[in-house]
Design a protein around this ligand. Structure first.
Ligand code: ADP
Length: 866
């Protein structure tokens, strides 16, 4: 038996959690004996019955209880994983549209199946969103057997999928996807020119895994759908040269926290002279924007901290995850300014077609929920921004990890010395260490120093997105004896760190290695002390497998299947490979158990943090990688008065403690004082960033409000089947009222403005349009073919105008920030500006539509028979 079903045991019932939840948990548990006696098909039948009930009337308590109990029974049958009480509780919280805080290792992946199956009963789709494709694929592969056995379809969205595949996968009852994929799909769907090419259906229910990362850390990074624009690279070098001549506090003032550089009057005059212009904002020749970006690139964006230079390109490092943010670029010319600074090839600037922030996007779902190990410290933000309540689910076993007091050093050098000493000491005993850094630079310094000391086998996670899978493999083994792993904050996240190493990964890897070596007739060198007995039988079976099956088919299996244990065998080859895997799993088990015991005796996984993050939540995520499921563990942060957090937010705060050249950690009264200051600094930074997100979201809201109005209208054009309605709709566009909600409509024709009453002058509008063009008859306008062409023309015109609007207001947002409006609230100014621009947009769009239609008719007179 390879799968172990743990006893549920009793867990401490938290008084803070509503007793109603515990009552439901008891009801679910009480159904266990009854459902155990049902056959697989009887279970499927019961689910089907629930489905019929729920399509009419959802959310009946009894249905929830039954659905959860059925899912639990099938999970236990098919995967050997029976939801614990804590997991049932977590599932109920998610089902209520809340955030379940569940610590690492508590089994969030499995929890999601409970609300997913219940919510899928309605037939309107459920999205389970993870932060990368590797996790989405892994979870879907693992859990699909549960969903299928209950009669649900399950889909997976992957990068690069075509429209049809996406439609198919989104049409499933439950769809695994990533935040980026589903967000971009939404933006693309908004801009389709035919409903048929839309991929998403309703936004019904969504579970976001690592919800804090998506809704908080990434809240300010909008998803931007863009196209390349004409290159303006000649301006960047000159702007960079000019920026280098500017003198701080004379020509400009810099705000490091908000990464803003504002020109002083002297600076403005200096630039006007250099560029020989009175108007640095001139949209046709906007020198100010170029110089400002060059300045920002010099002042606030540092190589190996904010970005890396790789293959002659700039790759952004996500400051929360420490990973390279694939395909992400800074917008509005900043990315190009940095490329120029680093002397790499300048890429074309992109032109924004449409954008959305995650908070806005996820608010589209009728019901939203999320899971994470660290939500409590951001409870207020979840409540205020999203109306999401956080419920802390108790752990199944008490947490044993010891979170030790920080060591505080005067200099970074002293700090790193102590970090290295601690790693080496742990290594010499065999104790596994996981070192978390906030920058790639720090992780490299540590790895290189360790290597120079002869500790060659430390693992450095290099934060490349294409390595998600291999990083997961490395992190999975970071609990093994003698393992030293250095990782930027979130590398390999979502991966379970098991003390002694991950047996599943070990057996998986070993099987792959053996097959590879046998196929290539290499002498066996499998890195494990291979005894005789069992192993010889396994080897014998392996050789037989290679004789009986086609090598290509075997290789194909290993290319396709990443997790043998959760892959449901379909062919005789699959079954043979699975049996071999199980044999290896059992074979490795003894050695693994010894390793696990040794690591436990040494105190479990040691986590070392090398600096405090801007957010306590991220520090807690790092700590939480140790001490899973009641394992022993320890965490300690090593910080210094020279850390970036200090430099960036309050560089002088520790001056009284500097200059002592003390290589040891502070102690006594100094330590107490410093610890307090550090805590309050981190607290202030958190509040500052929170306020920043708040104000940024207020700015975003204005754009997103206009976006909603504009695209409701675009939608109505897209959906019209009747030419007459289409054109009537067009005429109501200016006032942004859908037809019938207002009678009086202003029509802006290219040369004139006419008012109409829609009811009485329905046809007058058309004749006005005709008389404007003077070339087309009413019959032709209501011709179906003309309708589809008109639709296309209208949509193109709308998209172009929307894009221009987006650009104008993006530029104004920067300018408003820069101009430091005397005693005026930038938000109000911005709102005023955007509202004016939006009215203008509506007028211009209508004119452009009419003009484009007329041009089209002019050009196609013969074809249209005019
Ligand atoms: P989290 O995402 O909360 O850190 P995971 O979903 O990665 O946790 O699960 C951690 C481990 O616990 C996995 O190995 C998983 O198979 C195991 N696990 C989860 N739920 C159960 C269960 N009910 N019974 C036995 N093992 C479980």
């Amino acid at each position: 038996m390879i799968f172990k079903i743990d006893n549920i045991g009793t867990f401490f019932r938290q008084p803070k959690i509503s007793p109603a939840y515990y009552d439901l948990v008891d009801q679910i548990l009480s159904l266990e004996p009854k459902y155990k006696s049902l056959s697989d098909s009887e279970i499927k039948f019961s689910v089907n019955k629930l489905r019929k009930q729920n399509s009419k009337q959802g959310n009946r308590t009894q249905d929830i209880v039954q659905s959860f109990a059925l899912t639990r029974e099938i999970a236990s049958r098919k995967l050997g994983l029976k939801h614990f009480e804590t997991q049932l509780l977590g599932g109920l919280v998610l089902n209520d549209g809340k955030i379940a805080e569940m610590k690492t290792g508590e089994g969030k992946t499995l929890v999601a199946t409970l609300p997913a199956c219940y919510q899928a009963l309605k037939g309107q789709g459920v999205h389970i969103v993870t932060v990368n494709e590797y996790l989405a694929k892994r979870d879907k592969e693992l859990l699909q057997i549960i969903y299928h056995s209950l009669g649900f379809t399950v889909g997976l969205i992957r990068e690069g999928m075509e429209t049809l595949e996406r439609q198919y996968n989104y049409a499933c009852d439950i769809t695994y996807t990533t935040n980026t994929e589903v967000g971009f799909d939404y933006l693309r769907d908004l801009m389709v020119d035919s409903i048929k090419t839309r991929v998403l259906r309703s936004f019904n229910y969504c579970i976001i895994d690592e919800v804090d990362s998506v809704l908080i850390d990434e809240a300010q990074t909008p998803l931007i759908l863009s196209t390349p624009r004409e290159l303006t690279s000649d301006k960047y070098p000159k702007a960079l040269w000019v920026a280098k001549q500017l003198v701080p506090n004379r020509h400009f003032t810099a705000k490091y926290r908000s990464k803003q550089a504002s020109l002083t009057e002297e600076g403005y005059n200096f630039l006007s002279e250099i560029f020989q212009t009175n108007d640095l904002y001139d949209p046709k020749n906007p020198w100010l924007a170029f110089v400002e970006n060059a300045l920002r690139s010099l002042l606030f964006y540092q190589k190996d901290q904010d970005y890396i230079v790789q293959n002659n390109t700039i790759q952004i490092i996500d400051k929360f995850t420490g990973r390279v943010a694939k395909d992400r670029k800074w917008s509005d010319g900043l990315h190009q300014a940095i490329e120029c600074k680093e002397n790499v090839q300048i890429t074309p600037e992109s032109q924004t077609l449409n954008s959305i922030t995650y908070p806005k996007f996820f608010s589209l779902y009728k019901k939203l929920s999320g899971m994470t190990g660290t939500a409590k410290t951001s409870e207020q933000e979840f409540r205020e921004f999203y109306g999401l309540e956080v419920v802390v689910i108790p752990t199944k076993r008490p947490i044993q990890r010891k979170d030790l007091d920080d060591f505080i050093f005067e200099t970074k050098k002293a700090k790193f010395r102590a970090v290295i000493d601690t790693i080496v000491k742990a290594y010499s005993t065999g104790r596994p260490v996981l070192v978390g850094t906030t920058t790639i630079e720090d992780s490299e310094i540590i790895a290189e120093t360790l290597k120079s000391l002869g500790l060659d086998d430390c693992q450095l996670l290099n934060a490349k997105p294409e390595n998600s899978e291999s990083e997961a493999g490395i992190v999975a083994q970071s609990g093994a004896v003698n393992s030293v792993t250095i990782a930027t904050n979130m590398a390999g996240r979502g991966t379970d760190i098991i003390l002694g190493g991950n047996l599943k990964y070990i057996a998986n890897d070993l099987l792959r290695q053996l097959i590879y070596q046998l196929i290539n007739s290499n002498p066996l060198d499998i890195g494990l002390s291979v005894g005789l007995g069992n192993f010889n039988t396994i080897l014998f079976d392996l050789k037989n497998l290679l004789v009986q099956f086609d090598t290509f088919a075997i290789q194909n299996y290993f290319d396709e299947v990443s997790d043998i244990e959760s892959y449901v065998p379909q062919t005789s080859l699959d079954i043979r490979i699975r049996n071999l895997y199980i044999a290896l799993l059992n074979y490795c088990n003894n050695q693994w158990s010894e390793g696990r015991q040794m690591v436990c005796d040494l105190g479990g996984l040691l986590i070392i943090g090398t600096s405090r993050h801007e957010s306590r939540r991220i520090d807690n995520q790092l700590r939480g990688r140790s001490g899973r499921q009641g394992d022993p563990g320890e965490s300690r942060f090593f910080i210094s008065l020279e850390d970036d957090l200090v430099k960036r937010y309050d560089p002088n705060i520790f001056l009284p403690f500097m200059g002592r050249e003390n290589l040891n950690s502070f102690s006594g009264a100094d330590y107490i004082a410093l610890n307090k200051i550090f805590n309050s600094l981190q607290d202030r930074v958190e509040k500052f960033l929170y306020e920043n997100r708040k104000s940024s979201s207020a700015f975003e809201e204005i754009y997103e409000y206009h976006q909603r109005l504009y695209f409701i209208f675009r939608e109505s054009i897209l959906e019209y089947h009747e030419p007459l309605n289409l054109l009537l709709n067009l005429c109501s566009f200016r006032s942004m009222n859908l037809p019938k909600s207002s009678n009086e409509i202003d029509i802006y024709l290219p040369a004139s403005r006419i008012s109409f009453n829609i009811d009485t002058n329905k046809y007058l509008y058309l004749s006005a349009l005709l008389s404007a063009s003077l070339i087309i008859s009413y019959d032709q306008i209501i011709n179906k073919e003309f309708l589809s062409i008109s639709k296309k023309i209208i949509l193109e015109a709308m998209d172009q105008k929307w894009m221009e609007y987006g650009e104008r207001i993006a530029l104004s947002r920067d300018t408003i920030g820069l101009q430091a409006y005397a005693q005026r609230d930038p938000l109000i100014e911005y709102n005023r500006f955007c509202s004016q621009e939006f009215s203008e947009l509506l007028i211009q769009t209508q004119s452009l539509i009419i003009q484009s239609l007329i041009n089209f008719i002019e050009l196609n007179k013969t074809y249209l028979g005019v």
